[in-house]
Design a protein around this ligand. Structure first.
Ligand code: DOR
Length: 423
């Protein structure tokens, strides 16, 4: 097909230009101005923007084991609805993705649903048990893209050090869920004035920064390569910034809720806002945005963590942690970072697509150039819309963003040259 007259954004080459894209089967054939039709379908995208397909390096799809929360099918449909052409599901399912047969099962389930780039992250420790390290080469041979016990921290630094040496020696990374569980214990929302007002047990920001500090020292001691998931505090940003300045081979991500919401949004005891790490203070939020701007935070990942509506309607103390993120991620990024002038569009798309593709070596994702796989997201930067959680493709039809007005909407997700119209 021939995509005409779109604003094309390609962070890899710093391209931001009105141009045309010709695709042939699953590949991009040509990118340039005034491309003439050669008998193929022509789609006029005047006023629209085309970017490399969005890549989510951190999500939870819940299958196997927790299919009432989400299945691989509903998760993938939600991801496509959010503009994603590649996703990396975490391993905290039941059974845990710590063995080849479960890994092969999830990959095959995904193939039945669509051609989306599907790159599972396997557990670091067997059963997320913090004791025995998984068989890394066997999992890499069967399609693992990285390793993480996300949902639970690895707090035994001897174990983490051994796992890092072993996993890095296979040219793969560990993605860290940085949390000191003794400090987090029993906490529900951020420790501070809101937790005090509501009488809820708080999770101090030290929970995260303390874990990051000791993990950084561990990474330093072996010259390892490491990625920090869901960074949420000012001090975490400062620690990672300094480590990068000192030359440590680390990368970091945050999620849209950490630059879109704060603890002050938690009115009453509404568990829609309950997430781990918790929503922090305005100062933390500003530091996250600063970290995105200066490159301390490389990636915006959704941390799509669906739960059933019934679970999220439970009293906040008992409800599970997590926010459905696929279908609001782009809109929140454009509304809160790009339209506010905090990031340029190229910077935002780099964090939503190119950077995660580079970190995970996803050669079929993150760029628009001849020969690349035709994985593209078409968006209208200025379309205003209202989030309606009841219309999510995700099973998790409850969201702290429900009813919020956003500016910037996915119009099409193109996966291997096939168009999914989002509308
Ligand atoms: O809020 C969260 N939910 N944070 C995590 O780290 C895990 C995730 C989940 O699996 O529900």
């Amino acid at each position: 097909m021939l995509l005409k007259n779109a604003r094309i954004i390609n962070p890899e080459t710093n391209l931001d230009k009105i141009s045309d894209i010709r695709t042939e089967e699953d590949k991009i054939k040509e990118v340039g101005e005034n491309l003439q039709p050669e008998g193929e379908e022509v789609i006029d995208l005047t006023g629209k923007t085309v970017t490399p397909g969005l890549v989510d390096m951190h999500c939870h799809l819940r299958e196997p084991g927790f299919n009432a929360k989400e299945t691989i099918k509903t998760g993938i449909l939600a991801a496509i609805n959010g503009g994603y052409t590649a996703i990396c599901p975490m391993a905290n399912t039941n059974p845990v993705v710590d063995n080849p047969s479960t890994l092969i099962y999830v990959i095959n389930r995904a193939k039945e649903v669509s051609d989306i780039g599907f790159y599972p992250i396997c557990a670091v420790t067997k059963g997320l048990g913090n004791e025995k390290i998984v068989n890394v080469s066997e999992l890499l041979d069967n399609g693992a893209i990285a390793f993480s016990d996300d949902g639970r921290p690895i707090e035994n630094m001897r174990l983490l050090r051994e796992a890092l040496k072993y996993i890095n020696s296979h040219n793969a990374i560990i993605i860290s869920h940085s949390e000191d569980s003794t400090l987090a214990f029993g906490g529900c929302i951020n420790e501070g004035k809101v937790s005090e007002k509501l009488g809820l047990k708080g999770i101090p920001s030290l929970t995260e920064s303390l874990a990051i500090a000791r993990e950084l020292e561990t990474v330093r001691s072996i010259d390892g390569r490491y990625h920090f998931a869901h960074v949420s505090t000012k001090r975490s940003v400062e620690l990672i910034r300094r480590a990068k300045q000192e030359g440590l081979n680390v990368t970091a991500e945050t999620a849209p809720h950490y630059f879109s919401l704060t603890q002050d949004d938690i009115k009453d005891y509404d568990a829609k806002y309950k997430v781990n790490p918790p929503l922090r203070t305005n100062e933390d939020k500003e530091a996250i945005i600063e970290g995105l701007k200066d490159g301390t935070i490389d990636v915006i990942a959704t941390d799509h963590a669906p739960h059933t509506v019934q679970e999220k309607l439970m009293p906040i103390q008992n409800a599970p942690m997590g926010i459905a993120g696929f279908e609001t991620s782009l809109g929140l990024t454009l509304t809160n970072l790009v339209h506010t002038g905090k990031l340029t569009l190229i910077e935002a798309i780099e964090k939503l697509s190119y950077a995660p593709s580079c970190i995970l070596n996803l050669s079929n994702q993150g760029k628009i150039e001849p020969g690349a796989q035709a994985n593209l997201t078409v968006m209208d930067l200025n379309e205003e819309w209202t989030v309606k959680a009841s219309e999510f493709k995700s099973k998790c039809r409850i969201s702290p963003f429900d009813g919020m007005k956003l500016k910037g909407k996915v119009k099409m997700t193109i996966i291997k040259g096939k168009i999914y119209n989002i509308g």
